[in-house]
Design a protein around this ligand. Structure first.
Ligand SMILES: Nc1ncnc2c1ncn2[C@@H]1O[C@H](COP(=O)(O)OP(=O)(O)OP(=O)(O)O)[C@@H](O)[C@H]1O
Length: 259
């Protein structure tokens, strides 16, 4: 993989991105998204319920069909035959983390490289190198005491940090995190956001869906706000309360842009 410093392309670039027409919404879910995110940025993806945040993240890794426009990840266009290459650059933290409760933290993290195993490795287990990397990641996440503990025994914040470690085991350049703080208490939220911040300081590009505006202002350098499948605001995270007050008023007015 090309080192980030030598990669001149943005981490993420979308041009006029549209998903297929959705009859229930009377428009495409994503309705003409243009955005560029550079390597090393920490971006909060915000918006009211149903704005299209999760759909956008999923489209970036080829999980949602696109009817128009283009997505590039580290310079590679997202298309079916290149999707595996694209996914090597991207770690995707899904809502809820998606851990297997019966497995240990270590095995859950190792699940992040299941797709990379050859037949021989599938028969004989994960290579020692992968186990070592998984342990190091858990240590970085402050979970050295929990390495062999079953996932079901963890707190919410600990679970999310295991899920982050699992997404990082393939050394992605970009981490997409969909509402990683939902359902966590203050301590769990801080643990998760601080872990993301530390990884970002080491060069990881982070795009995180949040509903908490104060949290976005505290951790992110940039906010992208979606509304009805379009980028409604793209800028710094200051004064997001007043931006959202405007957005809420707007959302009470029937859309004239429905297409
Ligand atoms: N597979 C699907 N089929 C039909 N409609 C869908 C599908 N996935 C999402 N939608 C609709 O698309 C819109 C955007 O959904 P999405 O989950 O991307 O929004 P969101 O901004 O992440 O919302 P939330 O903040 O509630 O998680 C919603 O109206 C949703 O009902």
């Amino acid at each position: 993989m090309e080192p980030i410093s030598e990669n001149k392309s943005p981490a993420i670039a979308c041009h006029n991105l549209r998903t297929p027409y959705q009859s229930t919404l009377k428009r495409p879910i994503l309705n003409g998204i243009d955005l560029k995110i550079n390597h090393g940025e920490f971006v909060a993806l915000l918006g009211l319920n149903g704005a299209g945040k999760s759909t956008l993240l999923r489209s970036l890794v080829g999980l949602v069909p696109v009817s128009q426009g283009e997505i590039q990840i580290c310079g590679t266009t997202v298309q079916p035959k290149l999707v595996d290459e694209v996914r090597k650059n991207v770690g995707f933290l899904v809502q809820g983390g998606g851990l297997v409760d019966q497995l240990s933290c270590l095995d859950n993290v190792l699940c992040g490289c299941l797709g990379e195993l050859n037949t021989w490795q599938s028969l004989w287990g994960f290579p020692k190198r992968d186990r070592r990397v998984a342990m190091q990641l858990l240590q970085k996440m402050g979970l050295q005491e929990q390495i062999y503990q079953k996932a079901r025994q963890l707190s919410g914040g600990q679970r999310q940090r295991v899920a982050i470690a699992r997404t990082l085991i393939q050394s992605p350049h970009i981490l997409l995190a969909d509402e990683p703080t939902t359902g966590l208490d203050v301590s769990g939220i801080n643990q998760v956001m601080t872990s993301l911040q530390e990884m970002n300081r080491k060069g990881l590009t982070v795009v995180v869906v949040l509903h908490d505006l104060a949290l976005a202002a505290q951790y992110a350098q940039r906010a992208i706000v979606l509304q009805e499948g379009q980028v409604w605001y793209d800028g710094d995270c200051q004064n997001m309360d007043s931006q959202f007050a405007k957005l809420q008023k707007l959302s009470l007015v029937p859309s004239v842009n429905a297409a």
